[in-house]
Ligand binder design. Sequence first.
Ligand code: NAP
Ligand code: FE
Length: 371
Amino acid sequence: MQMLSYSMPVEILSGKNIIYDKYEVFRRYGKRAMIITGGSSSKKNGSLRDVESALEKSKIEYFIFDEVEENPSVETVEKARQLAQKFGTEFIVGIGGGSPIDAGKAVAILLANLSMDAQEIFDTPNLNSIPLIAVPTTAGTGTEVTQYAILTDHRAKTKRNFNQSVFPKVAFLDASYLMTTPDEVTINTSIDALSHLIEGYLSSKANFMSDIFAREGLRLFSEVKDSIKNRVFDFDVREKLLWISTLAGIVIAQSGTSLPHGMGYALTYNKGLKHGMANGILLAAYLNCSKSMCKVDDIISLMRFDSIEDFAIYLANLFGEINLELDESELKDYANIMMANRSKLKNHPLDINFDKMYDIYFQSLKKYIIK
Ligand code: NAP
Ligand code: FE
């Protein structure tokens, strides 16, 4: 049997009204909390109200930082750190999609390392953090059960995982908060989760345990793929999507992500493509390039597609016509940047070179290339 070292240290509490039922959990982490969230969605979907009332019932003082933008920047987390420090924050509650929860992870580190400049978060290994509780309101990133967080680094002109380990202490999963998610966000985030499952299953760091979660996530995806296509997002579907995302987070906490994620960052940073869509566009060509692995056949059959081509058609229909133009030299630049991304490349178990990398971009994006 494969040698195995497995840890998934997040307490998962799930179900309708779970924050209301388990409000006393917050007390474990201190008496002063900072809620970190996006501009508006958590006010509309009930998650902010539920967290506020749980903190009030627990007699915990709190303040709200609600300025986290999509793909949060180093500058935003530095601003939040300064406010949190003044307040005397003992723990953080991140509410929202991946952007506010990841920003919360960064602030949790910066608060435990007050003399450190925010930019140093990328290059200083093994930093401590104060406790963080995660309340996801999208079903995509799985950040509520991963140690990762991604920030936009304008100095490096890309998005970067800052390579620290910040597992939330607790993840509250309540699919009710997802009911307000617009269809486009639901589609993009569900394909983000699907990319985590696929890349995680094929990763060189995949193991016996992560494969169990990946296979179950892919099987669950087969149950909702028609609902995603037909945009039928009732509570049952939302609950499954949230589980797919969390299972996928449990997978990538072990396995990491690889080519589509690394390659997709350039499309988000330079072309503004949503994170899930950026990965999704690249998935079919990535599977074609990996098809010497028999796990690729497993993936297609667990999702209940007939072939990679069948899957490619499904994804193309999902995204429709994308407003995107690029030229071949941009693709070459992206392939070169990715060839330098050693942390993602090492998770891809097959040989890869510039030509193969370029070909994945080319096959995925050829209809958007201008001469
Ligand atoms: P997001 O960027 O957090 O949010 C996208 C949009 O959805 C925002 O406009 C947000 O509004 C809105 N929204 C969130 N929840 C909603 C709800 N329940 N109803 C209506 N609108 C809602 O989206 P995301 O895809 O979850 O996160 C993407 C980020 O996570 C990227 O930075 C990506 O790189 C990162 N990521 C992290 C990991 C990880 O392991 N840490 C993995 C994959 C991706 P508001 O701004 O008003 O809240
Ligand atoms: Fe992702």
